[in-house]
Design a protein. Structure first.
Lengths: 297, 180
């Protein structure tokens, strides 16, 4: 038997719950078929989420999911350009014509990239630093914001290395969000198929929360109280640093782990809520950082 | 003796990367290990950590290098650390982690000609530090006079600075770290 997972037509963070719900239970007891034939657009968050799902299947010794590529050649070319199709064949049985990745100027600051260890974090931060100044200047941000942006990227990726217990994925891209918030943004999307915040913090925090211990309270403990699974008192500062950076530059973060999702809610996205619980389960943790342009262009 | 340690060089030795970014905890720990070895081998009392060739310093690395170096040097009564050539964002990262640990360090930012303090230090401590750094070795009475303080306040503040390795106490006088 095969279970069909429809890839949302427009797959960004808002469509994540629809994507997660399509799996039914984890681990899936049927072979999965990711059907992206009708998909027209995927954000960095969507790309890393798809790879994370397939990675979780592989790590659970499941059969590689089938992936039907988008029907549109333009969309497939875009998938190639952002690097998704370079990694998909490692985790999916890919069906559909795979175009060669186009070269040339692009708003992709960082293609979809695996994070397996500290060396990858160095590589990712270095590559983003090279292009970040140009794009962040376009967004009306001071040069100073570039360093903070790279710091936020570094700390987000390190969460995978330090806490996930497995590898993960990152992608960074700038694009227009005119319809959604009326401006350009740059987005960092980081995802892993690891143990998630609740299991990571359980040994040190669960007792303190008692019956309230859950994916949501684990996220709260990490984000609000800056707790870490390590007893080293210097730990837990990465998220605190990201928080400070986002508050200065009016940015947004969402962290989804297990069945809960936490968000800071900037003034430009009042439709979102700080905490959502009882979501469809999805493995590991997914972090998205959004930095909007500071002035209308 | 003052030993200048160029963190750009140490980074290149510790990690195979073409970039000049001090990021990740393992990198920070490796760099700190090399700094400690250099300090031990040279027998220096003051380590001047030069950040001018470093581009990015993330919080994890700031914690692993600066905060842990200070925490470890707390057990060595005659070892001092001074940071040099810091960019603004590096100052912020270091200040953040040091405040978290209630630590403080003497530092000079890129383009500045004076030594300041990063991290957790009360206003009296900052004033007394600036006074000693500016006017050379001073006894508590001279500091009290310069700052229009009661002598007891100056003594208390200077002793606290010495205990935190921000000035050096020698006899009755308090010396700036870099000329002590």
């Amino acid at each position: 038997m095969t279970r069909i997972v429809e890839i949302p037509t427009s797959f960004d963070d808002r469509a994540m719950d629809q994507f997660a719900a399509a799996f039914g239970t984890w681990p899936a007891d049927e072979r999965l078929l990711f059907d992206a034939r009708a998909t027209t657009w995927v954000s960095p968050y969507g790309f890393v989420a798809m790879l994370t799902a397939a990675q979780a299947v592989a790590e659970g010794k499941g059969e590689p999911p089938i992936l039907y590529l988008p029907a549109s050649e333009d969309v497939r070319r875009y998938w190639a350009r952002v690097g998704f199709l370079r990694h998909a064949p490692e985790l999916f049985e890919v069906h559909g014509k795979v175009p060669r990745a186009a070269t040339g100027p692009s708003d992709t600051l960082l293609e979809v990239t695996p994070i397996r260890g500290s060396d990858d974090v160095h590589e990712v931060v270095g590559r983003v630093q090279e292009g970040a100044s140009r794009i962040l200047t376009e967004l009306g941000l001071e040069v100073k914001a570039t360093m903070g942006f790279s710091m936020a990227l570094s700390e987000s990726c390190q969460n995978i290395v330090e806490h996930a217990g497995t590898s993960g994925w990152v992608a960074v891209q700038a694009y227009d969000w005119r319809r959604r918030i009326g401006t350009r943004v740059v987005v960092i999307a980081v995802s892993d198929a690891g143990i998630g915040f609740r299991r990571s913090l359980e040994p040190t925090q669960a007792k303190r929360f008692g019956d309230r211990w859950s994916d949501a309270t684990a996220l709260e403990a990490a984000w609000i109280q800056n707790v870490s699974r390590f007893r080293d008192p210097g730990r837990g500062q990465g998220l605190a640093g990201i928080k400070r950076y986002l508050s200065r530059w009016d940015g947004k973060i969402t962290i989804r782990s297990g069945t809960a999702r936490l968000a800071n809610v900037p003034h430009w996205d009042r439709e979102d809520v700080p905490m959502t619980e009882q979501l469809p389960f999805f493995p590991g943790s997914q972090v998205q950082v959004i930095l909007p342009a500071q002035a209308p262009r | 003796m003052i030993q200048t340690i160029c963190l750009g060089h140490v980074l290149r030795e510790a990690v195979t990367t073409p970039y000049r970014n001090l990021v990740t905890r393992p990198t920070g720990a490796a760099v700190r290990g090399r700094i400690e070895r250099t300090m031990r081998d040279s027998g220096c009392h003051v380590a001047l950590l030069d950040f001018s060739e470093v581009e990015l310093l993330d919080l994890s690395c700031a914690d692993e290098i600066v905060a842990k170096l200070l925490l470890l040097s707390a057990f060595d009564s005659d070892r001092y650390v001074v940071l040099w050539g810091l960019h603004e964002d590096q100052v912020e990262a270091i200040d953040h982690v040091l405040n978290h640990h209630r630590l403080a360090v003497a530092a000079r930012t890129a383009g500045s000609t004076t030594l300041g303090v990063l991290g957790a230090l009360d206003p009296d401590g900052r004033e007394a530090f600036a006074c000693v750094a500016d006017r050379g070795p001073l006894e508590a009475g001279r500091v009290a006079e310069a700052l229009a303080w009661a002598e007891e306040r100056a003594v208390r503040t200077l002793r606290a600075l010495a205990a935190r390795r921000l000035v050096r106490a020698r006899g009755e006088a308090f010396h700036p770290i870099l000329v002590a």
